[in-house]
Design a protein around this ligand. Structure first.
Ligand code: AHR
Length: 659
């Protein structure tokens, strides 16, 4: 993934930016024991926002497969969204959505294709077109039954928009009862804008539901699995944990929109689909089992977030045109049942296969526990009595039954303000072990607050920095924003004794379907764009340490400009490899000549891997130019003392081996 270069070059840096060089002395104290850094510091936060799940990470290629999209999902959304009726070759017919005798109660709608004269097809265009690749196989599945007449055979084709055939399957055996039909289709061509076409051979009406098409090659070849290329770039981040499913999505737009984990497990046709607070539909095909399985597949710990018995305070915002007043709590009479739902989640994740909920996990193909350690309760909730009362009920019940689970509370949407202050007071009252702090601010805020966590009381709750990102005024993923985050991340390592977890937000954004920018990774049906911010996250994650080595940075003879807010450093030791890893973040237009003194570390190998991420401060990777800001690794010579010149606007990671 990362480009390798023979030697480092600064020729891509504009001349003006190379004008000045600032010299600093960086002295590492490898004799002191250093501060322990938790093993899970760098993780990810996945939320179904920006089409991150359906039409994103979830491998399903059919949009609105169950005909459950409703007008609540958006103003121009309806039960047939994604589908169209095509009449060709003299064909005549119609399509309708019915509810009589559905597949099951939660999947109430289904399509009825009525053919008067053969040549009528129900077509699905996927998510901006179905991506079909020659040589790949696709798993087709659908439920069907005869509604009227004798429709004969069902013919399913993968076609280009021009009608060119890419693959097909034919099914017989339709009856009056719902039956699932499946086939594997080998693609005879490549097309990023294909469609699925369903026809019958004879006149009649056929009911169709849960029409599904998956690439056979999903991530780790899981059934009901994930889009491989997208899952892989997430895996490449080597996240130590995954927080899911939100965010605002977790507590939802109104009480009936809370994300209820039990509705998201089991056969996909039995899951309860619902409105997505971000203004579209969620099938929950990517549900709790798939999230936990993904975590296991990439070696990350699961960090589910359950609502704290209240919905999002921004509920109804689109209706009322105002923000922040929509929080409602579940009636207290319903709290015992809700608390049980949370306790059942822990049993589902960790209980033996013989337990009630562990058995459901086992039935889904995972008899071994998922080893849940962390549980988020609530997200950025407004600190009201309604919230506090319900949070405490849940918290007390979980701690009483499962003291081994780290429950993570919430301290509002910002690193200051009313909810932050009140959230911390509440956390202190309850003596919470960890709280989730969020921070979306302009790049300069991060640089101005590099000591934010230094001042935290070490005796209070540990911190999960669950959502953060440097926001440029135009929300572009500039190198500057990525470096501001990198500088802040050095402070997370320095404060690794109390900041135990962190995750950038949001993770994914489908081009042309974003509700929120910036994101870490953008994608289309075929392409993936990694941002400068992605590379920063990856460089910290793969170069993590378990001990922070104290070090000082000073200006020789006090000469030069103040670099406190433009030059951030961290030095960690990774005990399993024995490596010492130095990170230098230069957020200025001047190069920083860094005179490193490592004489207390003991003998180190003279060749070290040096990875550099640099460019114009305003540079932004794009689908047209995805390689504008990418890291490059080369070997440099190091020793007890050595000099390294950190280029303007750069993150450098120097990984040194002990002899
Ligand atoms: O990350 C996007 C949103 O930002 C999350 O859903 C919410 O928690 C925060 O306000």
């Amino acid at each position: 993934m990362f480009a390798q270069v023979e030697s480092m070059t600064t020729t891509n840096i504009p001349l003006l930016q190379q004008a000045a060089v600032q010299t600093v002395d960086l002295t590492i104290d490898a004799i002191q024991p250093g501060t322990a850094i938790g093993p899970d510091l760098f993780g990810i936060f996945f939320e179904d926002l920006n089409w991150a799940a359906d039409g994103g990470l979830y491998g399903e290629l059919i949009q609105n497969r169950s005909f459950e999209y409703t007008s609540r999902d958006g103003t121009d959304v309806n039960l047939l969204m994604g589908w169209e009726l095509v009449q060709r070759n003299g064909g005549k017919g119609s399509v309708a959505v019915e509810t009589e005798a559905p597949l099951n109660a939660v999947n109430a709608h289904y399509a009825v294709l009525t053919v008067e004269r053969a040549g009528v097809a129900l077509c699905n265009n996927g998510f901006d077109g179905i991506v079909v690749k020659q040589g790949e196989s696709y798993n087709l599945a659908f439920f069907a039954r005869v509604v009227a007449g004798n429709p004969g055979l069902i013919l399913v084709r993968l076609e280009s928009q021009s009608g060119a055939l890419l693959g097909e399957a034919t099914f017989s055996g339709l009856t009056d009862d719902w039956t699932q039909f499946t086939a594997s289709i080998d693609a005879a061509g490549t097309d990023s804008n294909a469609r699925l076409v369903i026809e019958t051979s004879d006149a009649g009406s056929v009911g169709l539901d849960v029409v599904s098409l998956f690439p056979q090659h999903t991530f780790r070849n899981r059934r009901n699995g994930l889009r491989n290329d997208l899952a892989q770039v997430i895996a490449d981040l080597e996240p130590k944990f995954v927080r899911f499913p939100g965010g605002c999505l977790a507590h939802g737009d109104g009480l009936d929109n809370m994300y209820r984990w039990k509705d998201t497990i089991g056969q996909v046709e039995e899951r309860k689909e619902l409105f997505n607070i971000w203004g579209y539909h969620q099938t929950v095909g990517l549900g709790y089992f798939e999230y936990f399985q993904f975590c296991e597949d990439i070696g990350a710990k699961p960090l589910p977030v359950v609502p704290a018995g209240v919905c999002c305070q921004n509920s109804g915002a689109f209706v009322n045109g105002k923000w922040g007043e929509g929080q409602e709590g579940l009636p207290l009479s319903e709290m015992p049942e809700y608390v049980q739902e949370v306790l059942d989640l822990i049993e589902w994740a960790n209980g033996p296969a013989t337990s009630t909920w562990g058995a459901k996990r086992a039935a889904a193909g995972h008899p071994e526990p998922f080893h849940l350690e962390y549980l988020g309760v609530g997200n950025e909730d407004a600190q009201t009595e309604t919230f506090r009362e319900r949070f405490k009920i849940i918290y007390d019940a979980v701690k009483a039954k499962h003291p081994e689970i780290t429950v993570i509370g919430t301290v509002g949407p910002a690193p200051d303000g009313f909810d932050y202050e009140e959230g911390w007071k509440f956390a202190n009252e309850l003596n919470l072990e960890m709280v989730d702090e969020h921070g979306y601010r302009e790049p300069q805020w991060f640089l101005d607050n590099l000591t934010h966590f230094d001042a935290y009381d070490r005796s209070k709750s540990l911190i999960y920095l669950g959502e953060y990102a440097a926001h440029e005024p135009d929300r572009a993923n500039t190198l500057l924003s990525a470096l501001a985050e990198a500088a802040y991340m050095t402070s997370l390592e320095r404060n690794g004794d109390i900041v135990r977890l962190s995750s950038y937000a949001p993770l994914l954004g489908r081009e042309d379907h974003t509700q929120w920018r910036p994101d870490l990774i953008y994608f289309t049906g075929t392409d993936i764009l990694l941002t400068a911010n992605y590379y920063v996250q990856r460089l910290f994650s793969i170069n993590n340490g378990d001990v922070y080595l104290p070090h000082s940075v000073s200006l020789p003879d006090g000469a030069g400009v103040d670099i406190e807010k433009t030059f951030a450093t961290s030095c960690v030791k990774n005990s399993s490899s024995g490596d010492i890893i130095l990170k230098l973040v230069n957020v200025s237009q001047n190069a920083v000549q860094t005179r490193v003194d490592l004489s207390t570390s003991g003998p180190i190998e003279t060749t070290a891997a040096c990875t550099l991420l640099t460019g114009d401060s305003k540079a932004v990777n794009s689908f047209q130019n995805p390689g504008l800001v990418v890291p490059a690794t080369s070997n440099i010579t190091v020793g007890e003392t050595f000099v390294y010149e950190a280029p303007p606007y750069s993150l450098t990671v120097i990984r040194m081996k002990m002899q």
